[in-house]
Design a protein around this ligand. Sequence first.
Ligand SMILES: O=C[C@H](O)COP(=O)(O)O
Length: 251
Amino acid sequence: MKKLMAANWKMFKTHEEGVATAHELVQLVSGRLPDDREMLVIPPFTLLHGVGQVLAGHKGMLLGGENFYPADQGAFTGEICPDQLLDLGCTFALAGHSERRHILGETDDFVGRKVAFGLEKGLAVILCIGETIEERRQGRVEEVLFRQLDKGLSGVTRAVDPDRMVVAYEPVWAIGTGEVAGPEEIIQAHGVVRSRLVNLLGETGNNIRILYGGSVKPDNCASILALDNVDGVLVGGASLKAESFSRIVLA
Ligand SMILES: O=C[C@H](O)COP(=O)(O)O
């Protein structure tokens, strides 16, 4: 299983800044990426074309979208569809990032529709899940992860290509806070996710990558990657600078 090292640039960077960062990343990572690793850059939509052109043709360097709407096309002002992402060279897209769930009110059911639709259209989909600090304090981590997985994967069958289905565990309290989850918390949550994936999808569930996200930095990445059932990382803040993201990618 190849480790997936993903950068989520969220709503940062002008076109010029994004293209410059992509050039730097290619310089720092090209030729040094091990065969068992992939680097995925997920920039804002305005940068997909520019960043895609820079990454194109570089082995193991992939492009993804931060979001999409589950329809072929239509009157959905402000939205983007899978075909438009594919058209710009995206192979991956996020679904259900906690910022979309908590700031924009996306429900588990809506996220499930997106996952199924994105897969049907040919994207690889990264389903993001994770509990809030209140849910953790109430001892509800497992319940929340089960619910988000069950609904998020409700349209996914055992026949899914495991290379095109990824789950990212991102505890909401660790996102952008500098407070990374501890090894025990990560091992426990990823174990819960793995066993639910196997319950839902049989043997396929063992081959689906589970990423950790939440305050991943160059100096904690290698130890997180070494934990059981951690098959990559989804990085926000520390992915914005090529120098720091390249150290994460090569950690
Ligand atoms: O998608 C990435 C996550 O939201 C993590 O963000 P962060 O690395 O800034 O904590």
